[in-house]
Design a protein around this ligand. Structure first.
Ligand SMILES: *Cc1c(COP(=O)(O)O)cnc(C)c1O
Length: 359
């Protein structure tokens, strides 16, 4: 039996074209061929990120850059906006980096309220805010532009946005929204194997980093900037993943960003329809539901692990049984990456075939 096709919210299913790209013969990273590869990826990534800034490539999962952003940017105090497993963890990471940190804690399943952000920042003392755009653990998509405009009302507060499970699937106007650091791991919305992250850093954020002495080395934003000038990375990157990224960026632009955004919305709508037709409820409130995954409340009290196993064993398709403290109370279906109406309908058909046995 082959491995089940992944409809979990990351890593997601990887296309044959991506695997093929990864098998391109190896090159040294301090030579012309690498510089060409690096340079060829840039314009596409900048287009996807809606930025004129460079898009740096970090050989790490997203957490590397999430921690790096804290180390590079927080001088006084960071405000971590928490509403699920990843955003909650970011607060913990701020403390582990020895930084002054406070949080706004929304209930899991609820979005961050921009008014609460304004009230908190008005207390003063903050120089950085972290936001997870699409909280993958709860299926909540936070109101990014509203929160960004609140942060921009304050001078000298940098905004760091995690778009791990939304990058390239929904529009993120990085420059227009004044996002100082936008970061994403590639194994979710970009549908590549894990091990690489992409991120932008504004000039204001670089200036801040210059004034901070203990940035470390591996995630030092100034090292990324310096090497970018030579179409290179500070240390040896995951070159095979860069080949995959190059191929994926080309295919995203070939599809067209608008088409890609619409495809995600349509596929997500198919899942929503299935949720409602099956008598399930959404975990996230209307208006704040992710377009790249669906978190389903287990209001029918089914045996979630049993249901998932049955779908996997009989159909070779894998969905996820909920993350962290909402495991079993929710389950999650991803529509990230290369999915089509046909592939989503195949999954939903399999779910419908197995569900009656669990009701
Ligand atoms: C998966 C995920 C992360 C963490 O990614 P790693 O690849 O495990 O470092 C961070 N934020 C969000 C929103 C995620 O979905």
């Amino acid at each position: 039996m082959p491995q089940p096709k992944l409809f979990i919210p990351g890593p997601v299913d990887v296309s044959p074209a991506t695997y093929e790209a990864m098998c391109t013969p190896m090159i040294g990273h301090r030579g012309a061929a690498f510089e060409e590869l690096y340079a060829s990826i840039q314009p596409g990534l900048q287009q996807i990120a809606s930025t004129t800034r460079p898009v740096f490539l970090s050989t790490s999962s997203a957490w590397g850059v999430m921690e790096g952003a804290i180390r590079n940017l927080v001088q006084q105090k960071v405000l971590n906006l928490c509403c699920g497993a990843f955003s909650d963890k970011w607060f913990d990471v701020s403390l582990r980096c020895g930084k002054q940190a406070e949080k706004i804690q929304a209930e899991w399943g609820e979005p961050i309220n921009p008014e609460a952000v304004r009230a908190k920042l008005s207390e003063g003392g903050f120089d950085t805010v972290t936001l997870v755009h699409n909280e993958t653990s709860t299926g909540v998509m936070n109101p990014l532009s509203e929160i960004a405009s609140v942060v921009n009302e304050f001078d000298d507060i940098l905004l760091v946005v995690d778009s791990v499970s939304s990058f390239s699937a929904v529009p993120i106007p990085t420059d227009d929204l004044g996002i100082d650091v936008l970061l994403a791991g590639v194994q979710k919305a970009m549908a590549l194997p894990p091990g690489l992250s992409v991120f932008t850093v504004s000039e204001a954020a670089l200036a801040r980093a210059e004034s901070i002495t203990d940035r470390g080395y591996y995630f030092d934003f100034l090292e990324f900037e310096k090497n970018h000038g030579k179409n290179n990375t500070p240390s040896t990157p995951a070159i095979a993943l860069l080949y995959a990224l190059d191929s994926m960026v080309s295919s995203i632009l070939e599809e067209g960003l608008e088409h890609r955004y619409n495809r995600h919305l349509e596929n997500n709508t198919l899942v929503h329809q299935w949720v409602e037709d099956s008598g399930f409820a959404h975990f996230a409130p209307e208006g704040f539901r992710s377009r790249t995954l669906t978190a389903i409340a287990n209001n029918l009290a089914i045996d979630v692990p049993g249901f998932i196993k049955s779908v996997r064993d009989k159909h070779n398709l894998l969905i996820n049984g909920g993350y962290g403290k909402i495991k079993g109370k929710t389950f999650r279906i991803s529509n990230m990456g290369n999915e089509t109406a046909a592939s989503m309908n195949e999954l939903l058909g399999a779910l419908s075939a197995e569900l009656p046995e669990f009701l």
